[in-house]
Design a protein around this ligand. Structure first.
Ligand SMILES: [Zn+2]
Length: 239
């Protein structure tokens, strides 16, 4: 099991950790600030800093082969030889890439609040985010951009908490996404609340207040199928 420090504090940019394994899929640490690809959100990139100051580049982060394991995918697979089990490293994420993920990810929650239809697909990267809604009504690009700008300007606090699976079962309306069901079997589920706006199970990383999303607009609306409308978000203006 890798201790997932990013679940409790998305603002942590680095941590001390010990290498516990290293294989084709990547390097596994005992704890990490690197978010692995999942729930639609891209994995983190960054570096593992060795005791002598050398930096090993991490190109991406994925869930590992074993449940609960996180694999740091090295940019140069040959660097694996440097990372033997027991070695102490500093794991440091690329802050700009993470910040973009957090801003877009939180903006997708605002979009969920503005479009009251089930979500059947989601992708969040540093360059754009997209959300697929199960619906056939038309959507208005300018109105959605204005709605996001309003919720950003209103500066709603964003926070997570853990609820029991029984509490989730008693409130099935909390699950907005048709394609991504919250992970089961752990006894508890992480929910993300944007005060007064949105509440849903989510394990991703988010900004702490909607004001930190900044200028995010709808760049495209596509009809992907008879019952799917895809909304694409992009950054506008200075970050
Ligand atoms: Zn989320």
């Amino acid at each position: 099991m890798t201790e997932e420090l990013f679940r409790e504090d998305a603002r942590l940019l680095q941590c001390e950790a010990t290498v516990v394994g290293s294989g084709e899929q990547g390097v596994v640490l005992d704890r990490t600030v690197f978010y692995p690809l999942g729930g639609g959100q891209a994995g983190d990139a960054g570096v593992l800093v060795l005791a002598d100051g050398r930096q090993v580049a991490v190109a991406d982060t994925r869930k590992g082969a074993q449940p609960g394991e996180i694999a740091h995918v090295l940019a140069q697979p040959a660097d694996q030889a440097l990372l033997t089990p027991g070695l102490r490293v500093t794991a440091r994420i690329d802050p700009a890439r993470r910040q973009a993920h957090m801003r877009f990810h939180t903006a997708t929650h605002l979009l969920c609040a503005l479009v009251p239809h089930p979500v059947d697909g989601c992708s969040i990267t540093a360059g754009y985010a997209r959300l697929d809604f199960h619906m056939n009504e038309p959507l208005d690009k300018a109105a959605l951009s204005a709605g996001i700008a309003r919720l950003v300007a209103e500066a709603h606090p964003v926070r997570h908490r853990w609820i029991s699976e029984a509490e989730l079962d008693a409130n099935p309306q909390l699950v907005r996404s048709m394609s991504v069901q919250p992970p089961r079997g752990l006894g508890r589920v992480r929910v993300l609340e944007i005060e007064g706006v949105d509440l849903q199970p989510c394990g991703g990383t988010h900004v702490a207040n909607t004001s930190e999303i900044g200028q995010v607009i709808v760049t495209k609306i596509e009809k992907k199928s008879a019952m799917t409308r895809r909304v694409v978000l992009g950054f506008a203006g200075p970050a």
